[in-house]
Write a protein that binds this ligand. Structure first.
Ligand SMILES: *Cc1c(COP(=O)(O)O)cnc(C)c1O
Length: 355
């Protein structure tokens, strides 16, 4: 039986998507050729790329609004540099909500001045700072919508005159937002969209072309836009599986439908964390809790071996916390069914009864 997969990333994908991906690797579109051995410029693959780009914009409700979708390589980590390379002329404003924000700040500093508008570092990033000021003369404001490691998630995004740039790697397509507020959204595929190897970048084209530096081709959004994500060979398998996942999401009712299930899963787990005396949540303010990654601890470390043993017996995979904060982290991405969360809650209750 398939395990209950709470892995933080690479993470669970819909079973039907895995099945179709496996078939396409053997025989794609009845061509009697594998998906991964045909030209990326063949009609069959060009159609995959176009469908993937279009589905991304449809899900985010950004069609015909001046946005384009790209599938690039280098992970979200490459976007830490690329966003700054293309958008930072003098100075940029960053919200520091964790390791990924810090890494983005580090890259941006190579290209200009970085104003850290607020940080939750002193509290080990266990909350989302609010009520900060964003300098009006900054070139853009960068934030991380969901902090995969700490289990915090932004519920509100500031109104800004300057472009809003967001790392949505771990909650893309999980909830409805007014995505037209954003100038640039990026997301590594492996958290909620597909396998590692490609990164979705959604850009409002009008924000480009404002920096004076020369931009190397592979780091230049304009170059990739002009070539429709085919400036060089794209990661064909990752793009294909991402396309299938976006189709699965559409067939499941889109973001609005999946958001309801995500809310149910999060409510089920967090209510158990709060009720069960053996556990405590990591995030200090409940309103900042992530619906994608729930972080929690066992109050009594002596029960760890018992809890871990029950988790294993129940077929639960991937819920150890990130090495930098320890404890447990249950990642509940789109493809994780509610039943898997119920199995985890049952284990928490079994251990409570035995303690
Ligand atoms: C995982 C993650 C990253 C890093 O992604 P890579 O694709 O490994 O570079 C960046 N930001 C967030 C929010 C993440 O969860």
């Amino acid at each position: 039986m398939k395990k209950h997969n709470f892995s933080a990333g690479p993470c669970i994908l819909p079973q039907s998507v895995l099945q179709k991906s496996a078939e396409a690797v053997l025989n794609f579109n009845n061509l009697n050729l594998s998906l991964i051995e045909i030209s990326h410029r063949s009609k069959d693959f060009v159609e995959v790329m176009e469908t993937a780009q279009s589905l991304a914009l449809v899900h985010l409700q950004l069609q015909n609004k001046g946005y384009k979708a790209l599938f690039l390589q280098g992970g979200a980590s490459m976007q830490f540099l690329m966003t700054a390379y293309n958008l930072l002329e003098k100075k940029a404003a960053y919200l520091n909500t964790g390791t990924w924000s810090e890494k983005a700040i580090k890259e941006a500093k190579m290209l200009g001045e970085v104003i850290e508008v607020a940080s939750s570092k002193s509290e080990n990033f266990n909350f989302i700072p609010k009520n900060y000021n964003i300098p009006k003369d900054a070139d853009y404001f960068h934030c991380t919508s969901n902090n995969t490691i700490y289990g915090t998630q932004m519920q509100d995004f500031p109104k800004t005159e300057i472009p809003l740039v967001c790392d949505m790697s771990s909650d893309i397509f999980s909830r409805q937002l007014d995505f037209s507020k954003f100038g640039l959204i990026y997301a590594g595929a492996q958290k909620n969209m597909g396998p590692a190897g490609t990164t979705l970048v959604v850009i409002k084209e009008e924000i480009l072309g404002k920096v004076s530096r020369a931009i190397p081709s592979m780091l230049n959004y304009k170059v990739h836009l002009d070539k429709d994500s085919m400036f060089n060979t794209p990661p064909v398998f990752s793009v294909y599986v991402s396309m299938l996942t976006m189709q699965w999401l559409k067939d499941s009712g889109g973001i609005s439908a999946i958001e309801k299930v995500n809310n149910e899963k999060a409510a089920l787990l967090y209510s158990e964390i709060d009720r069960n005396a053996l556990f405590e949540g990591f995030v200090s303010k409940k309103e900042d809790r992530s619906k994608m990654n729930a972080t929690f601890n066992l109050k009594n470390d002596g029960l760890k071996a018992t809890f871990d043993d029950h988790l294993k017996q129940a077929g639960i995979n991937g819920i150890n916390g990130h090495r930098s904060i320890g404890g447990y982290r249950a990642s509940m991405y789109n493809a994780l069914p509610l039943e898997s969360v119920q199995v985890l809650v049952d284990v928490m209750q079994t251990v409570e009864k035995g303690a």
